[in-house]
Design a protein. Structure first.
Length: 266
């Protein structure tokens, strides 16, 4: 006698399939926008606009299911993190004209600060246009979420690549290392390989809360872009650049303690 039929997996509805595709596209877009170089202003604006549209839809879905803004934002960024392109030391040096040591770290920071400044300026200019047209203002929060995710991704990339430059190795797979660097970014500190708490690959309750708080603080900073004319662009760019430099200074101070660099060849 045949046994009872094995339960089959429920068929995926078109809505579920479309949601998964949208999530993948969000991750891919943030990954591309996290590259400090190689994107022109027009292309960067186009990608940021597409990302804003996708995030607006995702935010509406989250609200419909009762998920709070902070939790949703953290979940999106956790899904994005493994797609942030992290280069090894040889590639970083090659892309920065053969620089090494502290000179290479300096150039990484300059490039990342310029990238976050550019994102802030673009976002501020878009917000300024929406400020002048009240009916469009409803789309501004999603645009600010897009800016927040891209800036966070650029800074996580910077943090991870500074670890490469300083020779501080973080073990694990790409996804595991991404979670370690995301946690370090939420704390605005470097990773100490000798401290188990800093290299945990699982986001516990405290780490998730820290990530939510850091993302919400970054989002709050970007609310300053909601100003008339070009005041938002100026404020957004300047605040992003200053915040990226502060992060870099704190992380480099930690990494210098953990691993001494050889003299620069530049």
């Amino acid at each position: 006698m045949d046994g009872p039929p094995e339960p089959s997996e429920p068929a995926k509805t078109p809505e579920v399939t479309a949601e998964g595709a949208a999530d993948r596209e969000v991750a891919e877009l943030v990954g591309r926008l996290a590259e400090p170089e190689g994107l022109g202003g027009t292309e960067r604006r186009r990608l940021l606009g597409r990302l804003t549209t996708l995030l607006a839809r995702g935010s509406r879905r989250a609200r419909a299911t009762g998920v709070g803004r902070g939790r949703w934002l953290a979940e999106v960024f956790t899904a994005v993190a493994p797609r942030i392109p992290i280069r090894d030391l040889a590639t970083i040096s090659e892309h920065h004209h053969g620089l090494t040591s502290e000179a290479l770290a300096d150039d990484l920071v300059r490039t990342a600060a310029k990238a976050t400044m550019t994102v802030g300026a673009i976002g501020g200019a878009l917000a300024a246009a929406e400020f002048a047209a009240p009916p469009l203002l409803l789309s501004a929060p999603a645009q600010l979420v897009a800016e927040t995710l891209v800036v966070a991704a650029i800074e996580v990339k910077l943090l991870a690549e500074l670890h490469e430059v300083y020779g501080v190795q973080v073990p694990g797979t790409g996804t595991q290392r991404a979670m370690v660097f995301v946690t370090a970014w939420s704390k605005q500190r470097g990773v100490d390989p000798l401290s188990p708490a800093t290299v945990s690959i699982a986001l516990g309750a405290a780490a998730k809360a820290g990530l939510r708080n850091r993302l919400l603080r970054t989002l709050g900073r970007h609310l300053t872009t909601l100003g008339p004319f070009l005041t938002g662009a100026v404020a957004g760019g300047a605040l992003n650049r200053a915040a990226t430099r502060r992060l870099a200074a704190a992380v480099r101070a930690d990494l210098r303690i953990n691993r001494a660099l050889p003299p620069s060849k530049s």
